[in-house]
Design a protein around this ligand. Structure first.
Ligand code: VG1
Ligand code: CO
Length: 544
């Protein structure tokens, strides 16, 4: 008989899950009982019926392997009869979502801190996904947090470490562990959705691509899909070996952190197309030759051209975007005469809409796009959407975007991040803006007049749950917007994000750089927030 031990423990009071799970420094996770307390709090917050299976995998960062062994033993002790684990402990976030759905497992634990740097002195993270394949809803994450504050013991089974590098199923006494190929099921799903023959033919014409996995989890997926199945040349890939430290980098696919790729796309003889994915494979950046596609535009363009992709040939039930994401997709929805939902930041809010078949596509300004094929955002899926659309339209990335703007007008958009600023200064900025909620409406700044301002709250149309405090919105009479929001994924101080949007119907201004086009809005944002005075920062850390 496998022995089950109950271990006495004491609560750590800081285990509050953020936008996507619990993220802390590895050093915080390492002391005895820290990881175990959180895992037990997860298991105590869900009902585990007999014969339940758990999906388990992570982005391959430092501490992934250690945590996987702990979680396997705790899952067995808590009544799971099977654990499906990705070989080497690897599963990208969208692949994990697919595995949960395909094999109908009770849920999954994904070990990732996404784009946060990895290594012994960097970050680790853990999140729980439910049976629909999506991130646990707030009701569950709140229960996990509450549990973690009162926990007094946890359960762990006594057996030696499982070999997670060897494919196959091992039967133990009353339970089994199945090590699966982390890529195959996901690659098959992609093949069933896209026109692989058309994309192959595109590569055969000499169309060139550069995909940057940023040393993180999508490397093996990209090799299988782009090189093995789509016959793109090997040199289409860069940084595709998963490293425990993510090569010492910060796998956030944006213009700042993916600069190695950006430089290649902006050099002479640049490839036709460029893309990058983040640490856990759920986000993406799309580039053309000397051209950057804003994520909000990417969502709108995929929606507008969805019928060119076999999986969406029948059209879309609806679309959804997070509140700070630009309204570009709203214009497409209007034209297609389908509903468009506005949710708070974070993928968990899209799940209910997709489960109820209200939406097919959804996305966030933060380089996250996805559809109802899984219940997570999906980086490689977005890249395949673009390749499929390019193959079908026979136009360049830039030409596709410009044609879209000409048809719909351009929602000029930018996000300014102020990272790792003192927490007090950051909340001071938000308090200062909120204190002006009564006086701002009707105030005029240059050509912009404030119409309304509020702190965004959302009532889920499916289950009626309410989420408040989701970001401060200042809406102008002309339809432009400024949004201020604190990040829920950082682990150092606070990160304040300012989202800026202005609608430009005039084609003759579409060539303008977003920072130039938004210069006046940026000034207004700084003025209303007193950001410089209150934080001492004179410029953003990241501009997108
Ligand atoms: C950020 C993004 C948000 C995204 C989240 C998780 O959150 O803004 O849109 O859903 O990261 O993405 P925040 O709270 O820092 O703004 V990932 O790739 O870290 O799973
Ligand atoms: Co991610």
């Amino acid at each position: 008989m496998t022995e089950i031990f109950t271990v006495k423990t004491q609560a750590f009071l800081d285990q509050k899950p953020g936008t996507s799970g619990l993220r802390k420094k590895v050093k915080v996770f390492q002391p005895p009982h820290y990881l175990e307390n959180f895992v037990q709090s997860i298991f105590d917050s869900v009902t585990i019926p007999p014969n339940s299976t758990l999906t388990l995998g992570g982005d391959g960062r430092f501490y992934n392997r250690v945590a996987i062994q702990v979680i396997i033993k705790m899952a067995v002790a808590n009544g799971f009869t099977k654990v499906i684990v990705g070989q080497g402990g690897i599963l990208s976030t969208p692949a994990a979502s697919h595995i949960i759905r395909k094999y109908q497992t009770l849920g999954g634990i994904i070990l990732s801190a996404s784009h946060n740097p990895a290594g012994p002195d960097e970050d680790f993270g853990i999140k729980y996904n439910t049976a629909n394949g999506g991130p646990a809803p707030e009701k569950i994450t709140e229960a996990i947090f509450a549990k973690s504050k009162t926990i007094s013991d946890y359960k762990v089974a006594d057996f030696s470490d499982v070999n997670i590098d060897q494919l196959g199923e091992t039967n133990f006494d009353g339970f089994s562990v199945q090590v699966i190929d982390p890529v195959a099921d996901y690659a098959d799903l992609m093949m069933s959705m896209f026109d692989f023959n058309a994309i192959k033919a595109l590569f055969e014409t000499g169309f060139s691509m550069k995909f940057d996995a940023m040393h993180a989890v999508t490397g093996p997926y990209a090799k299988e899909i782009f090189v093995n199945r789509l016959t793109a040349p090997e040199n289409s890939l860069m940084n595709c070996e998963v490293s425990e430290t993510f090569g010492g980098g910060h796998p956030d696919p944006n213009l700042t952190y993916a600069h190695e790729l950006v430089e290649q796309l902006y050099q002479a003889n640049a490839p036709d197309f460029g893309a990058a994915s983040d640490g856990d494979g759920d986000r993406n950046m799309i580039l053309g030759n000397h051209f950057f596609v804003t994520p909000s535009d990417s969502l709108a363009i995929i929606a507008a051209n969805a019928k060119l992709i076999p999986a969406y040939q029948q059209g879309l039930a609806g679309v959804a975007r997070s509140m700070p994401t630009s309204g570009a997709v709203d214009r497409v929805a209007k034209k297609l005469n389908i509903p468009c939902y506005e949710t708070p930041t974070g993928w968990k809010f899209f799940g209910n809409l997709m489960d109820a078949d209200k939406v097919t596509l959804c996305g966030e300004e933060s380089f996250g796009t996805g559809s109802n094929h899984v219940r997570e955002k999906d980086g490689l899926w977005a890249v395949l959407c673009w390749l499929n659309i390019i193959a079908a339209k026979k136009m360049s990335t830039e030409a596709i975007v410009k044609a879209h703007w000409a048809e719909y007008g351009r929602n000029v958009y930018s996000r300014h991040d102020y990272e790792a600023i003192p927490t007090e200064a950051a909340s001071g900025v938000l308090q200062h803006i909120k204190a002006q909620f009564d006086s701002l409406p009707n105030q005029t700044f240059g050509k912009y007049t404030v119409k309304t301002c509020d702190d965004f709250s959302y009532t889920d149309p499916i289950d009626g749950s309410i989420s408040t405090g989701q970001g401060i919105r200042i809406l102008f009479a002309c339809g432009s917007r400024i949004v201020f929001r604190l990040s829920g994924t950082g682990t150092e101080g606070a990160t304040l994000r300012i989202y800026l949007e202005a609608y430009e119907p005039d084609v003759s201004k579409h060539h303008l750089d977003a920072q130039v086009a938004l210069a006046e809005m940026i000034e207004i944002a700084l003025k209303i927030s007193q950001l410089k005075q209150r934080t001492g920062c004179d410029k953003p850390t990241v501009i997108t």
